[in-house]
Design a binder for this molecule. Structure first.
Ligand code: PEP
Length: 257
């Protein structure tokens, strides 16, 4: 099913720091038993070590997009431990995840480096998947719209309007992510998704896809997709096993706006 703007429904997962090559193989083999429904754009973000392996295991006509969970803005050089956009693309990435809250918290990612990485991704023909989201204290203080709005504005600040159309934003409230996360309700996310759509439209004149992420599972997927400004889902734990990902993909059929 597609949205009124004929977007696919984006549904994907980041493996974070999980999966050996053998585990990655098993995931792909299982996922390939399930034909991805029309209208759904599935994507998987393996760890860097498994990216080329997953690319090579998918059939050449696969519609599953792959991505990296991070890449540096510099073209190349002395940045120990990093990979460049060019290297990620060479290994099979179409998407580059940028600014996940774990990278912001533990690895010094800032709104400014997010903007630099988004621009670098686009200049390499890659789709930036920019993660934004507020901590609980900000939500409790009523500051969510301002906080996330500024994150989005800065993230897009180095992009031309036409480039913004090739950008995906994932709203991932920090309080909803991970094992300690409290799943967000559609009422909690709806005003934020609408605000992001406004900010993106103001910056680019045309909205890109905006995804929701944070404790998405089989219980809440249908409800979350009733929000008209939610163009897909970005999933962690519930999709780390291929069987879980497949269950979510099944539930997404017909669940678009
Ligand atoms: C995430 O960390 O981006 C995420 C969505 O994780 P989870 O689904 O496990 O909350």
């Amino acid at each position: 099913m597609t949205s009124p703007k004929s977007r696919p429904l984006w549904v994907g997962t980041s493996w974070k720091m999980n999966k050996t090559l053998a585990e990655a193989d098993r995931f792909v083999d299982k996922l390939l038993t399930f034909p991805i429904p029309r209208g759904i754009q599935a994507f998987v973000l393996p760890a860097h070590t498994a990216l080329a392996r997953v690319r090579d295991r998918l059939p050449p006509d696969s519609h599953i997009l792959l991505g990296a969970q991070n890449a540096h803005w510099a073209r190349e050089g002395s940045w120990t431990g990093e990979i460049s956009m060019r290297m990620a693309k060479d290994a099979g990435a179409t998407l580059i995840e940028i600014g996940h809250s774990e990278r912001r918290e533990h690895f010094g990612e800032t709104d400014r480096t997010v903007a630099l990485k988004a621009a670098a991704a686009v200049s390499h023909g890659l789709i930036p998947l920019i993660c934004v989201g507020e901590p609980l204290a900000v939500r409790d203080a009523g500051g969510t719209l301002d906080f996330v709005g500024v994150q989005v504005q800065i993230a897009l600040s180095e992009l031309a309007p036409a480039e913004i159309e090739q950008t995906i934003i994932a709203y991932e409230p920090i309080w909803a992510i991970g094992e300690d996360g409290v799943p967000a309700t559609v009422d909690q996310i709806a005003p934020v998704m609408a605000m992001i759509d406004d900010v993106v439209t103001t910056a680019g004149g045309s909205a890109c896809a905006v995804l929701y992420g944070g404790s998405v599972d089989t219980e809440n997927v249908a409800d979350l997709l009733t929000d008209p400004n939610t163009h897909g889902l970005f999933v962690g734990r519930a999709a780390w096993e291929a069987s879980g990902f497949i269950e979510l993909l099944k539930l997404c059929v017909g669940g678009s706006q």
